[in-house]
Design a protein around this ligand. Structure first.
Ligand SMILES: [Zn+2]
Length: 293
C-alpha cells in the first residue's frame, strides 16, 4: 500500500495561503463573504496548506494523486477510503460512521448501543435545525445548529431557510421523515452544477408545508414535548458561488481511474471544482494525498 508522506490535516489554526500545496485533502473550507452580493470564499486544503481558489478561477490548475490515502481520523495509511475519508477500522468503530448519522431517526443511544456515547452526547444531543434549501430545487435537510451555513455551502445551495429547531439529532430525523413525504431530501448534483436552478420563495414553501403537515407536526410535538420542536421565523439566506462558466455537460473526474486531474478552473460550487475538462467532488477524495499546482 502506498505510504502517505504527509498525513497532517488542516486544522483551525491560521495557515499561510500558498499557490501550491502538497498533502492530504480535507473538505474545502467555504466561508461567507463580508458582502452578501459577493461569492462564497473557498480554500482548498491539502495537508497544512491552503489555496485561495477564488483568485485562481480562469487559471490552469492541476491535482495529482500520489496513490496514498490517509484516514481522516487516525492518519493511518489505507488502501481504500470508506465513508469519504476513513480507514476500515475507523469506519467500523466510530459513531460518526454509523448508519444512524445518515438516518438520525434510527438513533439507538437509548438502547445503550451507541458506538461512542460521549461523542453522541456532544454531537447528537445538541440543538439541530430543520431547513429548506434550494440546491437543485426544493429540499429539506437537517444540520447541527453550529454547522450553519457550512452545510448549505457544501451542498451548493443558492438559498436556505431554517424552519424548525429541535433538541436532538434524532428529533430532527423524525421531522425530516415527515417532510420527506412532500419534499426531496437529496441534491441532484448534475442540476446543481449546471447552474440552471430557479430561485424559490422558501418562506411561502415553508408556510405551505407547515399547513400540509400540521397533523404530523402536532403528533411529533405530542410525543416529544410541545417545546421540543420549535417554529423559526427566519429570513432566507442567499448564496453566490465563484463560477465563471457552468458546464453544459457534466463529466466527472475520479482519482481512482485517473490520478491526474487538470484543466482551466472555471468555478467552485458545493464541494466541487469545475474544470473545462470536467468536475471533481473533492469531498469524495478526503484523505487522498495530492500535489496541487
Ligand atoms: Zn482510521
Amino acid at each position: 500500500m502506498p505510504l502517505v508522506t504527509d498525513s497532517l490535516f488542516a486544522d483551525q489554526s491560521p495557515i499561510t495561503p500558498s499557490s501550491t500545496a502538497q498533502g492530504c485533502l480535507s473538505k474545502m473550507a467555504a466561508a461567507l463573504p463580508a458582502n452578501p452580493d459577493e461569492a462564497v470564499i473557498y480554500h482548498l486544503r491539502a495537508g497544512e496548506q491552503r489555496i485561495l481558489l477564488n483568485e485562481r478561477i480562469g487559471d490552469r490548475f492541476s491535482l495529482a494523486w500520489s496513490g496514498a490515502i490517509a484516514c481522516t481520523h487516525c492518519g493511518r495509511a489505507t488502501k481504500k477510503s470508506f465513508a469519504q475519508g476513513y480507514c476500515y477500522p475507523c469506519f467500523k468503530r466510530l459513531a460518526q460512521c454509523d448508519t444512524c448519522i445518515m438516518k438520525p431517526e434510527t438513533c439507538h443511544y437509548h438502547l445503550g448501543t451507541c458506538r461512542e456515547p460521549e461523542w453522541g452526547e456532544k454531537h447528537c444531543f445538541q440543538p439541530h435545525i430543520v431547513y429548506l434549501a434550494n440546491s437543485s430545487g426544493l429540499k429539506v435537510g437537517i444540520t447541527r445548529k453550529k454547522q450553519m451555513p457550512t452545510r448549505w455551502l457544501d451542498q451548493g445551495a443558492i438559498q436556505a431557510l431554517p424552519i424548525l429547531e429541535v433538541d436532538t439529532r434524532q428529533q430532527s430525523g423524525l421531522v425530516e421523515m415527515l417532510f420527506k413525504e412532500r419534499v426531496a431530501d437529496r441534491t441532484n448534483w448534475r442540476t446543481m452544477l449546471k447552474g440552471e436552478v430557479e430561485l424559490l420563495d422558501l418562506a411561502a414553501e415553508r408556510d405551505r408545508l407547515f399547513t400540509e403537515l400540521a397533523d404530523g407536526l402536532a403528533q411529533l410535538r405530542e410525543a416529544h414535548g410541545a417545546d421540543a420542536i420549535r417554529t423559526l421565523h427566519d429570513q432566507p439566506f442567499y448564496f453566490n458561488y465563484p463560477v465563471e462558466t457552468f458546464p453544459s455537460k457534466v463529466v466527472s473526474h475520479n482519482f481512482d481511474k485517473n490520478p491526474q486531474v487538470e484543466g482551466v478552473l472555471q468555478g467552485v460550487k458545493g464541494q466541487y471544482l469545475m474544470f473545462d475538462t470536467g468536475v471533481i467532488n473533492l469531498r469524495k477524495f478526503t484523505g487522498y494525498e495530492v500535489l496541487v499546482s
